[in-house]
Ligand binder design. Structure first.
Ligand SMILES: *Cc1c(COP(=O)(O)O)cnc(C)c1O
Length: 463
């Protein structure tokens, strides 16, 4: 399939049938809005945003087929036909036999963490994700980062910065013992590393390592199609495979999956926990009825399960994913050409600005990435997200702020939503901020929630 693509451009394999009008705001409007929002882009009203690149989570545009699927919703409390369609689609495309629907990804993480982690356990992962790590910690586990060192360097051009470092894994096993490791969590297209993929070769090696140590692999498969596309483009011997084939192969190398269906499969809400082990499935069913809903709907309506099943099939089309990643690269290249410091290689779902280099006058304790999200918003009406010290939070034992190597601003592209001209406007806005970067001030926290503080914390500029 990959070979047939003779077109040089990644142009969209769809056309627009309905549009959503946006409110235009002035510089003064936005200055006022960000002050009211405590310099936290999560606290802005969406109506005050022109181009919303906060997240690709639940913000993608559904297709005509997905909308048609919504009309086919079977809202039976138990045994909805849409559940069986979803379950069969997951097995066909992702290989997992048993599916437990959940309201979104963290619902699946919650159930999994509670049934698999015992207090005192260690959970290695290829970099942390905010909600994933918190659920591990709430179950009494300790997250251990086993991603390769290159992933923590925004300038390293290594093509598979999502890879696992086996030396780090071996060290952990000799320190705590394999029986203290309930599973290893592998994210495809690692969000916090900048949307960076893991290679098939690394994953195959991990399968072997885990078989030797009898440790299951949990796949955080939120962006598996984007990861598969990078494998097709970059990994030796993979250019003739379709994205769908590679997606299936990745999933087959793992045992259990958590999915935030709000990302790759382009629905506005939904997720699931999937697995091949019948005993584990039983345990998950017992938990899901407590926290989400009956095991044949979890947190989802029948119509939402139908839209998800259809979205899964659309998400693995070669032309779709090429255009999706192509648009991210278009924005990234434009910024890089203008001298904006970004994480390279450009990721699958977002362009990440390197705030340490963008605002070298602001020390990390004053949250330069947070300050940059606010500055970009005020300049251009573009909303982005902090992925640095604010997101990293505090050590659960010492209470100290984590100071991650990566202090980033994420410009995240919803799928099938914005045009190339929107990307031009976004780039202009960021470049304008770069030209007066020394005017951007550091921030101090005025309100801090106990967990996942980045969502609701408030800040003020340090004068
Ligand atoms: C979004 C996300 C999650 C959590 O999913 P939600 O649907 O937001 O609850 C977990 N892992 C990764 C990598 C994600 O990007």
């Amino acid at each position: 399939m990959a070979k047939e693509q003779k077109r040089k451009s990644w142009a969209e394999p769809f056309r627009i049938k309905m549009v959503e009008l946006l409110k235009m705001t002035s510089y003064e409007d936005r200055q006022k809005a960000i002050e009211e929002a405590g310099y936290n882009t999560f606290l802005l009203r969406a109506d005050d945003v022109y181009i919303d690149l906060l997240t690709d989570s639940g913000t993608s545009a559904m297709s005509d087929r997905q909308w048609a699927g919504m009309m086919m919703g079977d809202e039976a409390y138990a045994g909805s036909r849409n559940f069986y369609h979803l379950r069969d689609t997951i097995e066909q495309y992702y290989s997992y036999k048993y599916t437990v629907p959940t309201h979104q990804g963290r619902g699946a993480e919650h159930i999994l963490s509670q049934i698999m982690i015992n207090p005192g356990d260690y959970v290695p992962g290829n970099m942390y994700f905010t909600t994933t790590r918190l659920h591990q910690e709430m179950a009494g586990g300790t997250f251990v980062d086993v991603i390769i060192d290159q992933a923590h360097d925004p300038n390293d051009l290594y093509p598979f910065k999502g890879n696992v470092d086996f030396e780090k894994l071996d060290k952990l096993v000799s320190r705590v013992g394999a029986d203290k490791i309930p599973y290893i969590c592998i994210a495809t297209c690692v969000n916090m590393a900048g949307g960076q993929p893991i290679s098939l070769a690394n994953l195959r090696q991990l399968r072997q390592w885990c078989d030797e140590h009898k440790i299951p692999i949990v796949h955080d498969m939120t962006r598996v199609a984007e990861n598969a596309y990078f494998i097709q483009q970059r990994e030796e011997g993979c250019s003739d495979k379709s994205v769908a084939q590679i997606v299936h192969e990745i999933c087959s190398l793992t045992d259990i999956a958590t999915m935030s269906a709000k990302k790759d499969p382009m629905v506005n809400i939904g997720g699931f926990l999937a697995m091949n082990d019948a005993d584990l499935y039983q345990k998950a069913c017992n938990m899901v009825v407590i926290y989400e809903g009956l095991h044949t709907y979890g947190g989802m309506a029948g119509r939402d399960m139908e839209a998800l099943a259809i979205g899964i099939t659309e998400s693995v089309h070669d032309d779709h994913i090429r255009a999706r990643v192509g648009q991210v690269e278009y924005l990234g290249d434009k910024l890089a050409e203008a001298g904006v410091p970004i994480v390279k290689p450009i990721g699958g779902h977002a362009v990440f600005l390197d705030a340490k280099r963008f605002l070298p006058h602001i020390p990390q304790e004053q949250f330069p990435a947070q300050a940059l999200t606010a500055a970009v918003y005020v300049q251009s009406g573009v909303r982005s997200m902090e992925r640095g010290a604010v997101s990293a939070g505090r050590d659960k034992n010492t209470g100290e702020n984590y100071m991650p190597k990566l202090e980033l601003v994420r410009l995240t592209l919803p799928r099938r939503v914005y045009t190339q001209a929107h990307m031009d406007v976004t780039a202009e806005g960021v470049i304008d901020v770069l030209e007066k970067a020394e005017q951007v001030k550091g921030l101090r926290i005025t309100y801090e929630p106990e967990v996942l503080r980045f969502f609701q914390a408030r800040f003020e500029p340090i004068e």
